[in-house]
Write a protein that binds this ligand. Structure first.
Ligand code: SF4
Length: 164
């Protein structure tokens, strides 16, 4: 399976979630958080030209002359989003399009958007290569990693699968 943005994000968020999603056990349709994210995304696209771009197996929120822009509704897992953007930057670079990454956290109840910038360096490309191998190895395992009760589990689409 080709690693896409959702998978690399889940890999950093939770290895079990990554394995479940990668092995096509998809429970996101039951998740309130995922539904809210999708609705926000659709509302943002309404009335504008839809700026989302699909390249290979990834969907990019916006591409400007300088940046690849990823928009998130929460900054709860910055590392996961950062790697998602690094993957996108690499996919673009392989197609001859070089950009910097810009992550905008568009959180409700916050006046000012938090913005993080990411640049694809040689070291990050090497790390990404290593990560992709690790991810593929994990996906091939017969069973998912064990669940662990953490704060983020409560909002996860797989909560019932893991704990009920
Ligand atoms: S409920 Fe917790 S352990 Fe299970 S997939 Fe979600 S984050 Fe991972």
């Amino acid at each position: 399976m080709k690693i896409n943005g959702t998978l690399i994000n889940y890999y950093f968020h939770c290895k079990r979630q990554f394995w479940l999603h990668g092995n096509r056990i998809n429970l996101e349709a039951n998740s309130e958080d995922v539904r809210i994210g999708k609705i926000l995304h659709e509302l943002k696209s309404e009335g504008k030209n839809n700026t989302e771009i699909s390249i290979d197996n990834v969907k990019i929120d916006k591409l400007t002359d300088e940046y690849l822009v990823e928009i998130k509704k929460s900054d709860a897992d910055v590392e996961a989003v950062k790697w998602q953007v690094i993957l996108y930057l690499k996919i673009l670079k392989d197609k001859g399009i070089e950009r910097k990454g810009k992550i905008e956290f568009d959180e409700k109840n916050k006046q000012k958007k938090k913005i993080i910038y990411v640049e694809l360096t040689e070291a990050l490309e090497k790390e990404l290569e290593k990560l992709e191998l690790e991810m593929k190895e994990l996906l091939e395992k017969d069973m998912p990693p064990k669940n662990y009760e953490v704060k983020k589990c409560k909002r996860c689409a797989y909560y019932e699968y893991c704990y009920v």
